[in-house]
Design a protein around this ligand. Sequence first.
Ligand code: BGP
Length: 469
Amino acid sequence: MKRFKKNFLWGAATSAYQVEGAWNEDGKGLSVQDVLAPPNDTICDFKVASDHYHRWKEDVALMAEMGLKAYRFSISWSRIFPNGDDEKPNEKGLQFYDQLINELLKYKIEPIVTLYHFDLPFALQERGGWLNRDMIDIFDRYARTCYAAYGDRVKYWITINEQNNLIMHAIRFGTLKKEEASYKNRYEMNHIMCLAQAKATKSCREMIPNAKVGLALSYRTAYPASCKPEDVLAAENYRAMRNWLYLDLAYRGEYNPIAWAYLEAHDATPTILEGDMDMLKSAKPNFIGINYYRSTTWTACHENEKFVEGTINLKGRKGESIYQADPGWFKETRNPYLDVTDWDWAIDPIGLRLALREVYDRYRLPIMITENGLGAYDSLVNGKVEDDYRIEYLRKHIHACLQAVNDGVDLIGYCVWSAIDLVSVNNGFSKRYGLIYVNRDEHDLKDLKRIPKKSFYWYRDVIQSNGSN
Ligand code: BGP
């Protein structure tokens, strides 16, 4: 039986706008997330979040106490360039991450840095956002600024977090306005984002020769609902659109043929200029980040059925999701063999093992689980959070990782989402993921005190035993 590697990166993750707060301090410009209204008027915005911007030292000390070997966080682009591409970077913004990185290194915690995690500077959005081809150079310049500032100390870089969500849920993630969110625009934008990513990846490899650089994709294992060939086909179609479209572009420099056929059928093929495909091919990212929370299950969707965009479960009540249906391609359905979270996310550790096998089999590059965790309603009782359900979820998923390692997958790290409670993208502070509790409610900031949950101590033991716990 193989074990996790000796230097396995046992980590935990956050993203800037979900954890930092200080949305308008020290010269930070607005990001699209500061401008976007919360999807549900009962949940909080991102203005204070977990106040990590003011409490980073205390937070890093707790991470060290947990024994983390790695911490994945993102840089807020609009802290560095308030308008996205200002003439000079904002010194105070640069300084914030500089201190954070030094503090992590002091405790021997490896920083894993994401450049862009959903929080595009609003000023760039006003200039057309990702539909504007200037974004290729603008993103590269921002990336180069970060490489120059931190490349002497940061080895692991992630260019874009969950590009597939940014495209598929473009309205919700603030990448496109409702009236602009045609499929044509989404996949035009996707193409430009891929070029920007390729350029920034290339710059990373040039500027930091020992760097490991890649993307983090929101990966979904896709099952057919039955062994009916039509259902098997539907699952394969979904896989192509959800996973392979993005990974093939980034890691092979080509459009996946099934995904391309889908784009043609939806009148959504992007404009490809001379040199674009060469640029994609030349990028050469050297690891793959996978964010995995759940699997999905698919049936055939006949041409005469109704198109349904599908929605995110905003209420946190089981059974209220509206499933996606795309005539001729796929239709989502509930998997009767899997339990779900309160937000209808299927809990499926075997799905993670399959994900790792599929991705490794296809690209043969080292993989890092850049996010995996359980969103739940936690309660603080007598000063404690007994989150056994989270421990159970993590234990099974980590075991699935070990099985994947035994299947031959080159897995280099695993990051729990999230290191500390933070604002869920769609569900505010009600849906918590952290190993550390933050004492605030949706609208009552209370004292924002940090309280390690039961899972914090459990994960510390996992790390200490290199996963044999
Ligand atoms: C991923 C994102 C994270 C995170 C997580 C949980 O899509 O990269 O930013 O929030 O999912 O999602 P949610 O907050 O919607 O529960």
